[in-house]
Write a protein that binds this ligand. Structure first.
Ligand SMILES: [Zn+2]
Ligand SMILES: [Zn+2]
Length: 387
């Protein structure tokens, strides 16, 4: 069965919601307007329960099926936040907030899940309960974790969760997915070397932190090349090198490095953290300086569970005929926290030949709305068939 006819009928309406959200982008947890819009729509659709303020500005809607003898509860999730980017799309509904734009398509995700919620509230053609989850702060703020910490899964008895992201470069409206590890853990670190500053012409009287930091940058590359199993993926990138003095003739007292670590397995993540600390401490000791290392674990590896991924593939095939194998993604995804708490699956829906996400010219492709809505709706209908 291709996309649901109802979504062809609703296409213009859902597109209008999407463009309205696009015009009014909001960052991280500051999704007040978007959250209010979502809550109003869910109430208007006749959801059995609409709750705001979960994970600060997150919103949930509960939709009960025609029967509930299955006792099943499925969570469907979308993200609502935008990015601090100056929009350059030139579309008539471009951001009205300079420097903030929906450059990751979360406007589209929110609109598609609203569309599915409208349809599911109208039809109720399933045996169980659907919880639609709208989260803030996907872009680095761990809004998904905040919702979980507020008891999202237990409070509504959610048993499985499903999410979706649009994917530029993949044919519009087609799906791709992979079981197991899918998106990387995204950790960050700050390494602060301290030595003894002094005159650049008298290095013997100093403890030179630029040399320490330079050695560290090179040595950190051996985590991927010499420490990690070659079949495991790990990226260690130093992205900032800041000296305490910018002068030509001063050996700086301190150097601060910043960077990120991307891994796809918990053991590799532990290994990278341990080795960064060991290597930097070793280098500081070797050169007579000291070091402080602040390693922050951000989003964990996002892991699709096997059975739910198979089911997501079946639904994707039913909507668009096929479902491709997606490559591993070294970017991070906040949905990882929800998948740590419950089995489920995260799928990519093609955005067609558009600019990549996080680019000033990126725009969500409204043509894919019926496919995305259909996937969300059929996850509920097929997982909890009407009695
Ligand atoms: Zn993004
Ligand atoms: Zn995104």
């Amino acid at each position: 069965m291709p996309v649901k006819n109802r979504f062809a009928e609703l296409h213009d309406e859902i597109t209008a919601w999407r463009r309205d959200i696009h015009e009014h982008p909001e960052l991280l947890y500051e999704t007040d307007r978007t959250s209010a819009l979502v809550a109003d729509k869910l109430t208007e659709f006749g959801c059995d329960e609409v709750v705001t303020g979960i994970g600060r500005t997150g919103v949930i809607g509960v939709i009960k099926g025609n029967s509930d003898s299955s006792g099943r509860v499925i969570g469907l999730r979308a993200d609502m936040d935008a990015l601090p980017i100056l929009e350059d799309t030139g579309v008539p509904y471009a951001s009205k907030t300079p420097g903030v734009m929906h450059a990751c398509g979360h406007d589209g995700h929110t609109a598609m899940l609203l569309g599915a919620a409208k349809y599911l509230s109208e039809t109720r053609n399933f045996n169980g309960t659907v919880v639609v989850i709208f989260q803030p702060a996907e872009e680095g703020g761990a809004g998904g974790k905040a919702m979980c910490d507020d008891g999202l899964m237990d409070r509504w008895g959610i048993q499985e969760v499903y999410g979706m992201h649009n994917w530029p470069g993949q044919d519009a409206g087609t799906f791709s997915i992979r079981p197991g590890a899918f998106f990387a853990a995204t950790d960050v670190f700050e390494i602060d070397f301290q030595g003894k500053g002094g005159h650049a012409a008298k290095p013997h009287e100093t403890v030179d932190t630029t040399v320490m930091a330079a050695q560290a940058i090179l040595a950190l590359q051996t985590i991927a090349s010499r420490n990690a199993d070659p079949v495991d993926q790990v990226v260690v990138s130093v992205t900032s090198f800041e000296t305490s003095s910018k002068a030509f003739n001063v050996i700086p007292q301190g150097v601060s490095l910043r960077g990120t670590v991307r891994t796809l397995a918990p053991e590799t993540r532990d290994l990278a953290q341990t080795r960064i600390i060991e290597i930097c401490n070793g280098i500081a000791a070797t050169f007579g300086g000291t070091v402080e290392i602040d390693y922050v674990r951000n989003y964990p590896v996002m892991v699709n569970s096997e059975q739910e991924t198979d089911f997501a593939v079946e639904v994707a095939r039913s909507v668009s005929g096929e479902c491709a194998d997606a490559p591993l993604v070294m970017g991070g995804e906040d949905f990882a926290f929800m998948l740590e708490e419950r089995p489920g699956a995260y799928i990519l829906v093609g955005n067609g030949d558009t600019s990549p996400v996080h680019h000033p010219k990126y725009n969500f492709n409204d043509e894919i709305i019926p496919a995305g809505c259909s996937w969300y709706a059929e996850i509920a209908e097929k997982r909890m068939p009407a009695a």
